[in-house]
Ligand binder design. Structure first.
Ligand code: G6P
Ligand code: ZN
Length: 655
């Protein structure tokens, strides 16, 4: 077995390592600066270990809880989910069950540990490291493996070739059991999601916790704090690079004992999970019907590694139904974001957009982003808005998807997502939650058993089977619904199509016309302009009479603004409060304008403007959405002085 030593390397902090909505995302050249990735990874290790210590401190202060915990001391390791056993006291080293004889040094972050099993290292932990395969991932994986070894991690799991979709990581954390019976306690996910990849584009890293969901703000704040003061990191410099293209376990020996790198098949755990949720047979029947045609575009992201296994091998779709399903480091030079602007080839194939193909479009089309957590669903010449998509899935889940046959625990959407889901929730008498943008907010609800299905306008849909949104899950959910609606009809004349399903939904629940305008403004001054625009909108909110005067001056046919605020959320589970989560103008007739700054870019700023109008009258639900929303759009742009602030006469992307 190869031996390695641990080196302590001096470093100096970078001041720009604050994680955004979904981890740290920067240009590759930023990540390639000396020690840039190392600093972030070590800061994460440090944040995660001290976080565990803090859990104990809090419990110590609350003495009743403390006594109870002491009483049930043998279950404490499970509470902490760290795989660690009971420790003896200050400074003792003890053998830990299930840890192959490695010893745990009992010490808190500043001196001896006060109680139980505090430790400064990731002793015994199993961590997952993988991602969407974008440029720089392979280098980053080797660095993280060496740092993990030096930080006392017991085992690293890597998807073959470093590939794991974000939802698959979540599934692996929750479901996979290692050959020694171990479970993972977290993961570094290497992705910048839907941002382009390549030497001049973006790289990203985020940490997911033992529930399979993104690290909460408390942890990401702590990581950021650590990055500002970091002085050294630990690394096993002499550990040889591991061949991550070959499945198998490679073992090494370090100062604390054995260290393994387990390279495993990227798809199996995820495929098994999908098979336990959906009725694959009924989807297979649909896909084999000559009347049903299908197309899936992975935009050269990691979804390709799953699409072939699931759609072709398991469900019998034609191989020719897969577009761009070979994962590439630069996503083929494209922008791996599944929307009407960037998924050009699929959009054309589906008969939408200007450069439509001549052939008859498929009945169903879908796309994923780089890390396969987002999805776009299309019918023949028909776009399904993500807000409608989650509402339709929620409305049909119990009948069409075996996993939900016992009923839904509740549903949730992010604030800027349209209220289509609210109407379904009301109709079906379901618990309903409106949370800020960002999947982590759903995770808390799911862990507390309050939510089964949730979604966001930003092409994210998912359920409590994992703690991330799930692009392929959404496609399987739609295929299940189509299969269910056609269950007695597959040999009949006309299939119930995607468009039929959406129109039937609107007829039952009313339609939420919806659009989003994105203004991608550049560095420094433009980014300031974005902030100024937001500040202006907040100031304007204090005087509704003035707002209504302006609105009526722009369009007299638009209803009055009844309320205007900045969205604030109190988490019903942990009581935490998230402020400044988007500026809202709420109209009397239920229409909404929402303004927020994107939290996922790597430089500059993106202003997102969300425009929504509810129409209950079934004679008015068939309009083109841009036409229907034109008056509100005009109000939004003039009210916000968009052109004045940004110098832009048109948005970069409309979805
Ligand atoms: C990521 C998160 C989503 C969130 C989205 C918002 O994809 O996982 O939960 O909706 O970012 O992006 P934005 O650019 O609008 O902050
Ligand atoms: Zn993504």
């Amino acid at each position: 077995m190869v031996m390695f030593k641990v080196a302590r390397v001096e470093t100096t902090p970078y001041n720009d390592q604050k994680p955004g909505t979904s981890g740290l995302r920067k240009k590759v050249k930023v990540f390639k600066q000396p020690n840039y990735l190392h600093n972030f990874v070590q800061s994460s290790f440090n944040a995660l270990t001290t976080a565990k210590v803090r859990v104990l401190d809090i419990k110590k202060r609350r003495w009743v809880v403390y006594i109870l915990i002491s009483f049930f001391f043998s279950v404490l390791p499970k509470v902490l989910k760290s795989g660690c056993g009971r420790c003896n006291g200050d400074g003792d080293a003890v053998a830990v069950a299930g840890c192959k004889g490695r010893s745990v040094t009992v010490a808190g972050p500043s001196g001896p540990a006060p109680v139980g099993c505090c430790y400064t290292k990731f002793t015994c932990a199993t961590l997952v490291v993988s991602g969407d395969g974008r440029y720089f991932s392979k280098d980053a994986i080797q660095i993280i493996i060496k740092m993990a070894a030096a930080n006392g991690v017991r085992c690293i799991w890597v998807g073959q070739n470093g590939l794991l979709s974000t939802p698959a990581v979540s599934a692996v954390i929750r479901e996979r059991v290692g050959s020694d019976g171990s479970k993972a306690s977290g993961s570094f996910i290497l992705t910048a999601s839907h941002n382009p990849g390549g030497p001049n584009e973006d790289f990203g890293i985020k940490y997911n916790m033992e529930n399979g969901g993104p690290a909460p703000e408390g942890i990401t704040d702590k990581i950021f704090e650590n990055t500002k003061t970091i002085k050294e990191y630990l690394i096993a410099e002499d550990l040889p690079d591991v061949d991550i293209s070959a499945i198998g376990i490679t073992s090494f020996t370090g100062p604390e004992g054995q260290f393994d790198v387990d390279v495993f098949d990227s798809a199996s755990d995820y495929v098994n999970l999908m098979k336990s949720i959906f009725d694959f047979q009924s989807i297979q029947k649909l896909l084999s019907s000559p009347k049903f045609t299908f197309c899936y575009d992975a935009l050269h992201g990691v979804a390709g590694a799953y699409a072939k296994r699931i759609f072709v091998e398991e469900l019998g779709a034609q191989e020719s139904s897969l577009l761009n399903c070979v994962p590439k480091e630069d996503f083929g030079g494209g922008h791996p974001d599944p929307n009407l602007t960037y998924a050009k080839e699929l959009v054309a194939r589906m008969g939408l957009g200007k450069s439509s193909c001549q052939d008859e479009p498929p009945e169903f089309g879908a796309a994923a982003d780089g890390d396969a957590d987002r999805n776009m669903v299309l019918g023949k010449r028909f776009f399904v808005t993500p807000s409608d998509s989650v509402a339709i899935i929620a409305a049909n889940a119990v009948q069409a998807i075996p996993y939900f046959s016992g009923g839904l625990k509740g549903v949730a959407r992010s604030m800027p997502t349209s209220a289509a889901l609210d109407v379904v929730a009301k109709h079906l008498n379901l618990k309903f939650f409106e949370v800020p943008t960002g999947w982590k907010f759903f995770g808390n609800l799911m862990d507390a058993g309050l939510c089964s299905v949730c979604g966001e306008e930003s092409f994210g849909t998912g359920s409590d089977h994992i703690r991330e949104k799930d692009g392929i899950w959404a496609v399987l959910a739609w295929l299940s619904i189509i299969a269910y609606k056609n269950k007695d009809n597959l040999s009949g004349n006309n299939l119930v199509t995607v468009e039929d399903i959406v129109r039937q939904h609107w007829a039952t629940y009313g339609r939420h016309y919806y659009t989003r305008y994105d203004y991608e403004v550049g560095m420094i001054c433009d980014a300031c302009a974005a902030k100024e625009l937001m500040a202006y909108l907040v100031k304007l909110q204090s005087d509704l009479t003035e707002v209504n005067k302006i609105v009526k001056g722009i369009r007299s046919d638009v209803s009055n603004v009844a309320n205007a605020d900045e969205f604030e959320y109190k988490d019903p589970v942990d009581g935490s409060i998230s402020k400044h989560q988007g500026i809202r103008y709420l109209f009397k007739d239920g229409s909404r304008l929402v303004f927020r700054l994107s939290g996922t870019g790597s430089e500059g700023a993106t202003i997102r403007l969300y425009i929504e109008q509810y129409e209950k009258d079934s004679s008015k639900i068939g309009r083109d959405s841009q036409d229907a929303l034109a008056p509100l759009v005009e109000v939004a742009l003039k009210l916000s002085k968009m052109e004045e602030f940004t110098g832009r006469s048109a948005p970069t992307v409309i979805t």
